[in-house]
Design a protein around this ligand. Structure first.
Ligand SMILES: N[C@@H](CCC(=O)N[C@@H](CS)C(=O)NCC(=O)O)C(=O)O
Length: 216
């Protein structure tokens, strides 16, 4: 049997969408290589012609796996789920599965895109207030939903794709100085999840491209 190449993740240490995928790979125990795409340096490597051929949206992550290039973190996570053994990232019960997708989409479509780098560059001076506003607005919706769905984790007592979205979004909230303690369920879930090895090894503070002054 031909040796399969390791998947290659094109990402950025501080990108929350890349972190979602790193957590999925870690939970499934998949070894992979990383190709850093510096989103800041020289106007951003994501806008180069070379990277645009990989991802025309000029965003990370992109995962090259099984001979194909996959874009969009939730599509990538679901491909990993559907093709790899290991802990399930989506529950089999349709009700719980819908809740996982609902929470994941709320974060991935309703919060993160509004505080994305490119959007903030367009906003200009007001960017911090803008990001805080949309993160707060999203968390105000997320908190009562999670109160209904959460057990130990976002949906019941099993880790799911929703948890992979939550932790990087809380990290972003903290970067933008949003007081997460006003959302006790979000805060509790984040504390529990950040103690888990797969979340720790994929943390922005310890990636190959993490600058020395941000390493812990
Ligand atoms: N929906 C996409 C969003 C990807 C995305 O927003 N990536 C950000 C980093 S988390 C990015 O590459 N931003 C570059 C830019 O805004 O120029 C996904 O889930 O993968």
């Amino acid at each position: 049997m031909a040796l399969q190449n390791k998947p290659v993740l094109h990402g950025y240490f501080r990108s929350s969408c890349s972190w979602r995928v790193r957590i999925a790979l870690a939970l499934k125990g998949i070894e992979y290589d990383q190709v850093p795409v510096n989103l800041i340096k020289d106007g951003g490597q994501q806008v180069t012609d070379q990277y645009k051929t990989l991802n025309p949206m000029q965003q990370v992550p992109a995962l090259v796996i099984d001979g194909i290039t996959l874009l969009q973190s939730l599509a990538i996570i679901q491909y990993i789920e559907e093709t790899r053994p290991g802990p399930k990232l989506l529950p089999s019960d349709p009700h719980a599965r819908a809740q996982v997708r609902m929470i994941s989409d709320l974060i991935a479509s309703g919060i993160q895109p509004l505080q994305n780098l490119h959007v903030l560059q367009k906003i200009g001076e007001e960017k911090v207030q803008w990001a805080q506003y949309f993160i707060l607005r999203g968390f105000e919706a997320l908190e009562p939903l999670l109160k209904q769905t959460a057990g130990k984790f976002c949906v019941g007592d099993e880790i799911s794709m929703a948890d992979l979205c939550l932790v990087p979004q809380v990290y972003n909230a903290e970067r933008f100085k949003v007081d997460v303690s006003q959302f006790p369920t979000i805060e509790r879930l984040n504390q529990t999840l950040t103690e888990i090895e797969a979340f720790k090894v994929s943390h922005p503070s310890c990636q190959p491209d993490t600058p020395a002054d941000l390493r812990t």
